[in-house]
Write a protein that binds this ligand. Structure first.
Ligand SMILES: C[S@@+](CC[C@H](N)C(=O)[O-])C[C@H]1O[C@@H](n2cnc3c(N)ncnc32)[C@H](O)[C@@H]1O
Length: 212
């Protein structure tokens, strides 16, 4: 996709991104088994690409602070309308692969869903370096990204789905100084909910504790 900022500014957000849920049960299981399991309560949290706040709605109710970072003004406006009365939520416009102004080591958890699947690998690599920079020791990042099985539909900046694989993403995370704890593509009872329609994966990685 040539210009993410423009595309997402003119997107019809009237369904608030709920149109991307496979089902209400799929979404609730993702919240219960993935988001709530990996993202601790009462910590400084950052979400990359919040859209209209489909996940930020959950994060905002439980974090000590939530920074919403988007490449496009419109999603940030929608989130301001939705969470404006919550003083713990702040909003940040990025050029597309940076976390400008976020101090080093100041974030405990990073969440991003349905965003990296559309990003060029170089932007993903840069974000991983930025995530590594801003995460505090022991902090966690949970990122949904492409896994290369749908190669026929893959493309980079000029297209829709990113040419990324779980192995390359893990290598880029490790190179950035993060420890990859888990990569998974299903959740819920018996792993009944998944990302198999697109061949995506979720990678959970952690900033190692400082060596004494
Ligand atoms: C498919 S929507 C997903 C929104 C939300 N994460 C959800 O799951 O409902 C993609 C979102 O990522 C944002 N986005 C796209 N490219 C981005 C980038 N390089 N950095 C930050 N946000 C980006 C878009 O503006 C949009 O808000």
């Amino acid at each position: 996709m040539a210009n993410h900022s423009e595309y997402w500014s003119t997107y019809d957000w009237s369904q608030q991104g709920e149109e991307w849920n496979a089902s209400p049960e799929w979404k609730q299981a993702l919240i219960d088994d993935v988001l709530l399991r990996w993202i601790p309560a009462d910590v400084a949290t950052l979400e990359i690409g919040p859209g209209a706040g489909r996940w930020a709605d959950v994060l905002a109710s439980r974090t000590s602070s939530l920074t919403l970072v988007d490449v496009s003004e419109r999603p940030l406006e929608l989130c301001r309308e939705r969470f404006g009365d919550n003083a713990r939520v702040s909003y940040l416009l990025t050029q597309g692969s940076e976390l400008p102004g976020i101090p080093d080591g100041s974030v405990d958890a990073v969440w991003s869903f349905d965003v990296f699947v559309h990003l060029a690998p170089l932007d993903q690599a840069n974000y991983l370096r930025e995530i590594s920079r801003v995460l505090a020791p022991g902090g966690v990042a949970v990122i949904h990204h492409a896994d290369g099985r749908n190669r026929g539909r893959l493309s980079s900046r000029g297209g829709w789905r990113s040419p990324m694989s779980r192995g390359l993403f893990a290598a880029l995370a490790t190179e950035s100084g993060l420890h990859v704890e888990r990569q998974f593509d299903s959740w819920g009872p018996d792993g009944r909910y998944d990302l198999s329609d697109f061949g995506d994966v979720i990678t959970a990685c952690r900033m190692p504790q400082e060596q004494l």
